[in-house]
Design a protein around this ligand. Structure first.
Ligand code: HEC
Length: 207
């Protein structure tokens, strides 16, 4: 038979537990701390590195920050050879003209054999893992992860050239941009090559 005192005891225990939990939660509020937040899975988030201006014993001049190589000139990362800074040129830089995806190469980029070869080279390095060598969206990662669905380029044949470019420039949906891996010229070269891949299957059903 259930003793009444047992219920009392449980009640007090629950009340105590609630007090402790409340105290713990309240204790976390409003406190400043120098240490990083609790990080159960550190991955590779915390690594040894130098902060700007920090000294280093590795280099003989004692600085971690290195000077530019003598005789070299820094240039903006997204400039095209001999052209002005490309932010002034949305077609070239973003793939868009008047807020719409352009369907032509920008005037600075000429459609040549060399451009397509360069595009093929960069595509095979940076895109095949997901989109596959033929562009059918069945790259090797799809064998290992069912959650990733790279676009099959043969299903989106009417996609504007500027939109292909933009996938590399801004990313598209779950796909991250490839700005840091591909220069402006390389992005257009890859876009042209993707278009070439699409044309190879023009007369087939998408597959
Ligand atoms: C890590 C895998 C991965 C890599 C590598 C990758 N993509 Fe993608 N890409 C995707 C996924 C996933 C989608 C579909 C995104 C969505 O629907 O959310 C996609 C979509 C696209 C689209 C369609 C964009 C749109 O607006 O519909 C284009 C074009 C594209 N990728 C081009 C490229 C090119 C070019 C490269 C190489 C520079 C590349 N991708 C590399 C995963 C990848």
């Amino acid at each position: 038979m259930q003793m009444p005192s047992n219920r009392w005891f449980r009640g007090i225990l629950m009340f105590g537990a609630a007090l402790v939990a409340g105290g713990v939660l309240a204790g976390c509020r409003g406190q400043l701390s120098e240490s990083p937040p609790i990080h159960p899975n550190p991955n590779m988030d915390f690594q040894k590195r130098y902060d700007p201006q920090e000294p280093s014993t590795f280099f003989s001049d004692g600085r971690a920050m290195r000077k530019p190589v003598a005789g070299t000139v820094a240039r903006p990362p997204h400039s095209v050879k001999g052209k002005t800074f490309v932010k002034n040129d949305p077609h070239l830089y973003t793939g868009m003209v008047n807020g719409k995806f352009a369907n032509k190469l920008p005037k600075q980029i000429k459609l040549t054999d060399a451009l397509l070869k360069r595009g093929q080279n960069r595509y095979n390095i940076f895109c095949t893992a997901c989109h596959g060598k033929t562009g059918n969206g069945k790259g090797v990662v799809t064998l290992y992860s069912s959650g990733i669905n790279p676009r099959n380029f043969h299903e989106v044949r009417t996609i504007a050239l500027g939109q292909i470019y933009s996938a590399m420039f801004k990313g598209a949906g779950t796909m991250k941009p490839y700005n840091s891996q591909l220069t402006v010229e390389d992005r257009w070269a890859v876009a042209a090559y993707v278009r070439a891949l699409q044309l190879t299957r023009k007369s087939f059903a998408s597959r």
